[in-house]
Design a protein around this ligand. Structure first.
Ligand SMILES: Nc1ncnc2c1ncn2[C@@H]1O[C@H](COP(=O)(O)OP(=O)(O)O)[C@@H](O)[C@H]1O
Ligand SMILES: [Mg+2]
Length: 302
């Protein structure tokens, strides 16, 4: 299962270059281990614009290091993580961080179960403990949305020790060697705090920007139900204009979200493109002037 094919003649999309033999071996071994647990996930992979992103993230994970993906909303951070997990043949356990995230949401909770008419206390393992014990991939989304005091509990899990004492049970949990961690952040987004240094230190960081041009075209073709290539090209052009507006400060970064663009393309299969753009892109912006800027850009293409 390869993430994407080799360089194609028509586009400048870049694909995984040859990996060192040792890394290929690690990937092969993991795939054999997790074959039974996997749901088939070979289609709809993350497509990279940066020629080295896929190779470098695969090598980082194979070396047992944690990855931090930095990028705006809808830039494909979750998609990339799922694609990497699929590449390693590893199931994923996720945590969605928020100010409400607590130790129970990460590690699990106690509950009462009945066995042969007798009640006893049982522990339901949360995503962190499950991923560690099964050697799966742990995906920590919006890691900078968590309260700063919540995450230090994971410090031992995230460094070379790869272990923790479960505060609810006293059990010392050791991660299986294939256990890996990917976290995602959207820096500067409302409600987020800068990641604390000790935490940041435990990750290898990669930037995930919005894609554009031919790469975007192929992603829209892959992700959207819209298959009209002429129309998809128009959406790619619109995206380029929105990006220019973002760069000049007239639109917030999320206005050029790939997720919103996929939504607009999907709608455009059934309703006129301008209406699709209104709901999927313009309508999400709070400011009247920003909405008007999106409409103006769209009118030049549709
Ligand atoms: N480079 C990409 N390759 C494939 N799909 C992408 C890419 N970038 C964005 N997408 C699409 O955008 C949607 C949102 O991506 P997602 O991974 O959820 O973003 P994020 O986690 O960064 O907010 C995905 O479901 C996918 O359809
Ligand atoms: Mg996401």
């Amino acid at each position: 299962m390869i993430l994407v094919q080799r360089q194609s003649e028509r586009t400048n999309i870049v694909y995984i270059s040859t990996l060192p033999e040792k890394i290929e071996q690690i990937i092969k071994e993991r795939k054999q281990q997790f074959q039974q647990d996997l749901t088939d996930n070979t289609t709809n992979q993350y497509v990279a614009q940066d020629e080295h992103l896929l190779t470098d993230t695969i090598i980082t994970l194979a070396l047992g290091k944690n990855i931090l993906l930095k990028g705006p909303t809808g830039s494909g951070k979750t998609k990339l993580s799922e694609s990497l997990a699929a590449h390693f043949g590893q199931p994923v356990h996720s945590i969605n961080c928020s100010i409400d995230l607590d130790a129970e949401a990460m590690l699990g909770f106690k509950t009462i179960i009945e066995i042969d008419g007798k009640s006893r206390i049982d522990f339901v393992e949360g995503p962190v403990i499950q991923a560690m014990k099964k050697g799966h991939l742990l995906y920590i989304d919006e890691i900078n949305m968590a309260k700063p005091e919540t995450l230090p509990i994971l410090n031992g899990v995230l460094d070379y020790r790869r272990q923790m004492t479960n505060p609810f049970t006293g059990e010392v949990v050791k991660a299986r060697p294939t256990f890996s961690v990917i976290a995602a952040v959207n820096e500067g987004y409302a409600g987020t705090a800068p990641l604390n240094e000790a935490l940041k230190n435990r990750f290898v960081t990669f930037e995930i920007p919005y894609i554009s041009g031919d790469v975007l075209f192929s992603v829209l073709k892959q992700e959207s139900i819209l298959q009209d290539e002429r129309l998809i090209r128009q959406f790619v052009s619109l995206s380029a204009d929105l990006t220019t507006l973002v760069e000049s400060g007239r639109l917030p970064e999320e206005a050029s979200s790939i997720r919103a663009l996929v939504d607009a393309c999907d709608l455009a299969l059934y309703i006129p493109p301008m209406r699709a753009i209104e709901s999927a892109i313009a309508g999400k912006l709070d400011d009247e002037r920003e909405q008007a800027a999106v409409r103006n850009a769209a009118e030049t293409w549709f």
